[in-house]
Design a protein around this ligand. Structure first.
Ligand code: XMP
Length: 327
């Protein structure tokens, strides 16, 4: 019978055999469930011969980079010389990404730029790791199936950013220890490795991040407003125990201003849309029937606490024909 414990034991053995006694491996961390579990698992097999690279692209959510770094700093890696720290390289490339995104409005252009800059930054950091032979990826069983026989609507309508082609270019072999697992099994494996619950139950977050939730041209100011508003939405979802009942929930800052009234004055500020959906796999989705009282609280908190937003709307579109993201 499959148990997370026996899976971990066998996986560690296999990873040691695959990578061998001396070579090094590199893992790109996104902060998502899959790459995090893969990284921790491999670190229990080869210790400090694994280097994890976390690229802050400047379009992450509030506190996200700090949380990822903290989680990995707390991990114990087990290598040839016993226990040690997990090797983590935190690259703050926000400026590089923001410069490249300057003035860009088209969603597909945003995706391409973020994908390209990511590869540039990642390759530069990876080249510093001596004797690297393997690239660790958190590929799951559904990803394996999907890439062979199935292209969903989002894969064709929106070009998804991934590191395709990277292992060949860098002359690295792939190490994909989660290839036979489904998401729920990955979470069990993560739990048996002692990883925190909130990391294992995080909503999916797109590679292009907040860049595709800041509609039209991206500015630092709009990103800051979006981050603050989104943090309130997520905080309230957690407080009401609704977070794990939805597939994804996030805010979108619209390139539209509307008139409002605050005290004695007239305001003219941006509109913020809240999006929450239920789904099994992201291929189809239904808008989440969040309680009115909950929406009322989130709306009034955002309008009162976040300067730059004077109106909040809730997205009531399902996929298809709408998509989950707005861009
Ligand atoms: P859509 O908007 O196509 O999204 O209904 C379906 C799922 O895919 C995520 N998504 C992306 N993920 N790069 C990613 O890594 C992307 O460019 C991208 N676009 C959408 C979206 O968050 C949802 O989970």
């Amino acid at each position: 019978d499959w148990t997370p414990g026996s899976f971990v034991e066998e996986a560690i053995e296999k990873i040691r055999n695959q990578i061998g006694p001396e070579a090094h491996a590199i893992c790109g961390l996104s902060g998502g469930v899959d790459s995090s579990v893969a990284a921790v698992l491999v670190s229990r097999a080869i210790g400090d011969r694994l280097t994890c690279i976390f690229v802050d692209n400047g379009v992450l959510r509030k506190n996200e980079a700090a949380e990822v770094v903290k989680m990995f700093k707390e991990q114990v890696a087990i290598g040839d010389h016993g226990e040690g720290r997990l090797n983590l390289v935190h690259v703050d490339a926000s400026k590089h990404f923001m410069d490249a995104l300057h003035g860009v409005e088209d969603p597909e252009q945003k995706r391409k730029i973020i994908g390209r800059v990511f590869i540039e930054v990642f390759e530069r950091e990876a080249a510093k790791v001596k004797n690297a032979t393997h690239l660790v990826q958190g590929t799951l069983y559904p990803d394996v199936i999907e890439s062979v026989s199935f292209k969903g609507p989002s894969a064709t309508i929106k070009t998804h950013h991934n590191v395709g082609g990277l292992p060949e270019r860098m002359n690295l072999k792939l190490c994909e220890p989660l290839r036979e697992l489904f998401k729920d099994e990955v979470r069990e494996v993560g739990a048996s490795l002692g990883m925190p619950h909130h990391v294992l139950w995080r909503h999916p977050f797109p590679g292009p991040g907040l860049a595709i939730r800041c509609l039209g041209e991206i500015t630092q100011e709009k990103l800051d407003v979006l981050r603050e508003a989104d943090a309130i939405f997520i905080e309230e979802l957690r407080a009401s125990e609704l977070y794990e009942q939805v597939w994804q929930a996030f805010s979108v800052i619209l390139p539209v201003r509307s008139v409002g009234v605050m005290g004695d004055g007239r305001t003219y500020e941006n509109v913020l849309a809240l999006r929450a959906v239920t789904s099994k796999d992201g291929m189809t989705a239904d808008w989440a029937r969040l309680p009115y009282e909950f929406l009322a609280k989130v709306s009034s908190r955002i309008i009162n606490e976040v300067r730059g937003i004077n109106r909040v709307v809730y997205d009531v579109s399902s996929k298809p024909p709408a998509t989950i993201e707005w861009e």
